[in-house]
Every structure is written in C-alpha cells, then in structure tokens.
Design a protein around this ligand. Structure first.
Ligand SMILES: [Zn+2]
Length: 364
C-alpha cells in the first residue's frame, strides 16, 4: 500500500524536519524491549544496577506523592535532614497542610523532590558504577568473549573509587580525568530528570487545583492521584533510556580510546528489533584511526569523537520543490558510541587480543 503525505505547502526547513522525525521514529524500539537486559555482558549488570538505583528513588517519590494526594494533605517534616532546605519552607512547623494555595503546592513538590532525589550533584553510587563501566569497557579489548558469569566476578573486584582502581592497576592515572567527565555527564542527566519531574508534577497540581473550592479539595486531590499515577511509567522509561544510552555509549567510547591505530573492530547490532539504521551496519568492520588523520573515511574507519550529532537519519532533504538525496557526509554513520539514544550497538575487537592484565588473569 502506498500512503501519500502532502508536504507541498511546507518550507524546505519544515519538510526536512518532518522527514527527520519520520526516520527517527524508526529508531524507537517497542516499549517492552526497553526492559530486556542488555546483550553485552560488559554492560548488562551495570545497566541493571544503575536502573535499580533510579527506579527505587522514583518508586518512593511516587508512594509519597500519591499518598498525600489520596489523603488530601501533606506534612512537611522540617526536622528530617533531607529535603526542605529551601528558605521559603516555614520553620518549626510540621502541621498538616492542604493543597489550598499555589504556595502550598510549590512547597510540597519542592520538599518531596528534595527529599527523594539526591541533592548532591554526583552520588558515590553513580560514581562507582561509571568507574566500573570504564574498567569493563577497557577489558573488551582483552576478553572479546566474556561470559555473564565471569563478568560478574570481575565486577565484584572493582573498587568504588578512582584512586583505589589506580592502585590495583585496573586503570591508569591518565584515565582519571576522562572518568570524572563521564561521571559528571551521567549525574547531569539524572539531575535533568529530577528537574523535569519537579516541573511535571508542579504543573499538574497547579493546573488541576486551580479554582477548586475548599470543600471540594479532598475529592479533587483523589482525582489528581489517579492522573499522577499515570505519569510514573513514563518517568521509569525515561530513566531506563538514560541508563542504557549512557552506559552503553560509554563502554564503546572507552574501548575505542584504548585501541591502537589500525585495530580492526566489528560493529555488532545483534539484539531483538534493532532499528533499520543499526541493522545496516551490523557485522561491518571498521579500522581505528586517529581523530587527526586527514580524509577520514566514515564508512570504513572509526575514531575518538566520531558521533552522529548534527547528522541526518533521513536519506533525502528538500531543495526548492524537490527532494534530493543527502550526501553520505550528511547521513548517520557508525559512531564511536551509539547510533542514537537507546541504541544497543557494541564493538568487538577482531585482532587477536593482547595478554590480559595481571589482576584479571584468574578470571579469564
Ligand atoms: Zn538503531
């Protein structure tokens, strides 16, 4: 069946936007696939650990938010050491409040967000997981065929801090800075999700409670409780996508950064329902080259910093009244990390692996 869409009235820019959205829509795997464990043993347990960390936070947040809406009141416990750090929170007052003014609603959501989402920019647990991802990412060179069991044993040996990992020769001191950047990047993603959560529920409550007579507040609050519940599956999925993208992408970047020039890598896109763009590069071999090499060939080479930022998923663009083919250097290519957010592509070293580091010997 042919389905025709009339885009003749659009400008070139609008047409390109529509085309891009259409082709990007083909990236999104079906919802249930989001929760399938990652196929790479190097990434799998780390993704599950970071997922659990965030889902627990979201779960407790949900519990307290929906309970308050169900009861029609909340109690800001300013004696607790977490949350309510903000100066606008009333001092020495832990009496129950209803959702009767915008001020109360803002106070409630700010308190709740501060209580459940870490205020610290970077938590120790997140930092430890990213450090472990760096170690595991580097190991891909040495043990291309790691089993999930052995991966777990190796993971258990990795200490939580960078200085300890350096002392155990799991990473070189030169890696420290790069790991800190990765840790901050992930922390920033989590902070962004926290702020979106705050905004989402503040907006909802401010919209829904607007103009409700005092006598109707409890009944209205219970109606909003239902609405709020419906938001949480989305939040959980958003968080899972962040985790898969950050850990999966980082493990790939670490591998590339550790490979000498000339190393041959096979791109693997072997997981259920890989999108059409990813399937197109599955099993292709790429050579690692220096980012400074002139005339790099994106079709056969990969280098540090090769991304798809600013590149297009759509094969065509609009010029005047015609659609013309995009040139290869405008199209998606095999990026050093992932083809797109939530993608599960990995690299496998084709060359014979070097001798494994001493600390790993017995786990090989
Ligand atoms: Zn894809």
């Amino acid at each position: 069946m042919t389905l025709l869409i009339d885009i003749s009235a659009l400008t070139s820019m609008e047409t390109d936007h529509v085309l891009e959205s259409m082709f990007k829509a083909r990236h999104d795997p079906p919802e249930d696939d989001l929760w399938v464990p990652h196929q790479s043993p190097f990434a799998r347990d780390l993704i599950e650990r970071l997922t659990k960390l965030g889902l627990d936070v979201i779960h407790h947040y949900q519990h307290e938010l929906t309970r308050a809406l169900h009861d029609g009141y909340y109690t800001v416990d300013i004696k607790s050491d977490s949350g309510a750090k903000n100066d606008s929170a009333p001092k020495n007052d832990s009496s129950a409040r209803t959702f009767d003014t915008p001020e109360r609603i803002n106070e409630f959501i700010d308190w709740l967000t501060g209580k459940h989402w870490q205020q610290d920019y970077l938590t120790e647990e997140v930092a430890a997981i990213i450090l472990a991802a760096c170690v595991m990412g580097g190991l891909q060179r040495y043990i291309p065929n790691l089993t999930p069991d052995k991966a777990r044993k190796i993971l258990n040996k990795i200490p939580p801090t960078i200085p300890e990992a350096i002392k155990l020769n799991m990473i070189t001191p030169a890696r420290k800075n790069g790991i800190e950047y990765a840790q901050s990047r992930v922390a920033e993603q989590i902070v962004a999700l926290r702020e979106q959560t705050r905004h989402r529920f503040k907006s909802m409550l401010l919209r829904e409670f607007d103009g409700v007579p005092i006598a109707d507040l409890p009944k209205k609050a219970r109606a909003i409780e239902q609405l709020a519940r419906e938001e949480f599956p989305t939040l959980n999925r958003d968080y899972r996508r962040i985790v898969i993208t950050e850990i999966g992408g980082y493990i790939n970047r670490v591998l590339i950064a550790g490979c000498e020039e000339g190393t041959k890598l096979r791109r693997l896109e072997k997981y259920p329902k890989a999108c059409v763009h990813c399937r197109a590069i599955d099993d292709r071999i790429y050579t690692v080259v220096s980012p400074d090499k002139p005339d790099k060939d994106g079709e056969t080479e990969v280098w540090r910093g090769k991304t798809n930022i600013g590149r297009s998923a759509s094969p065509r663009k609009r010029v005047g009244d015609r659609l013309v083919d995009r040139s290869p250097d405008e199209r998606l290519w095999a990026a050093e990390d992932l083809m797109h957010p939530n993608c599960r592509g990995t690299w496998q070293v084709v060359n014979p692996p070097p001798a494994v580091p001493a600390w790993i010997e017995e786990e090989r």
